[in-house]
Write a protein that binds this ligand. Structure first.
Ligand code: SIN
Ligand code: FE2
Length: 216
């Protein structure tokens, strides 16, 4: 398929103190990232986790890295072992590391060293309710979040759940980085609309890189 936007250069949009949108940064490497997502999912498959409250999440998830984000009946936790396979999560692929590093530098977090990457898969109708990423013990590290495939509306608020929300469309290849003052800002993804993307079909994928261990 002829891609009229293949030559588009990435650009930056400030989002909040400590937060920036790096538009299209992941477009050039997207095919490799998607291939690597498949390789990770062949080892640790996508699954719909059940929250401690007993609610089955509409987003399918898996992880790679030394630690993976998961749930059990007590709460949310980072675990070195995938509870589905009872084996370690696959390592973070090299192309993931390279993109995350590039994004972290562009956003002003050159020392960010992720040890966990959550992979979210949204089908039409899936959403992620407003939440804070607060299960990480070391909040000095930012979150680097990569969007691939179908577009979705991202909500980004403040430290209080009822703070006003910014709503922005995240498109294929967009990367959002938030840290510093906005590290604990509420955010979420509105219900995914049906569509077809040339690289991902009916899905949207999202990678979020985190520092989940206690060490600096
Ligand atoms: C997340 O908040 O962990 C994911 C956000 C997204 O899918 O863009
Ligand atoms: Fe999040």
């Amino acid at each position: 398929m002829l891609d009229l936007f293949a030559d588009e250069q990435p650009w930056q949009e400030p989002l909040a103190p400590g937060a920036v949108v790096l538009r299209r940064l992941a477009v050039a490497g997207a095919a490799t990232l998607l291939h690597d997502i498949e390789a990770v999912a062949a080892i640790s498959p996508f699954r719909h986790m059940v929250t401690p409250g007993g609610y089955t999440m509409s987003v399918a998830m898996t992880s790679c890295g030394g630690l993976g984000w998961t749930t059990d009946d007590r709460g949310y936790l980072y675990s070195p072992v995938d509870p589905v396979t009872h084996r370690p999560w696959p390592p973070i692929p090299e192309a993931f590391h390279a993109l995350c590093h590039e994004a972290a530098i562009a956003a002003g977090y050159p020392d960010f060293q992720p040890d966990a990457c959550l992979i979210n898969r949204y089908a039409p109708g899936a959403k992620l309710s407003l939440h804070q990423d607060k299960d990480e013990p070391n909040l000095s590290a930012p979150i680097v979040s990569v969007s691939l495939g179908l577009p979705a509306i991202f909500q980004f608020g403040g430290l209080q759940r009822n703070d006003p929300l910014k709503r922005l469309m995240l498109e294929h290849g967009d990367v959002v980085v938030w840290g510093g003052e906005s590290r604990l800002f509420y955010h979420g993804i509105q219900l995914l609309k049906p569509g077809q993307h040339p690289l991902t079909g009916e899905y949207r994928y999202n990678l979020t890189f985190r520092r989940a261990s206690n060490s600096e």
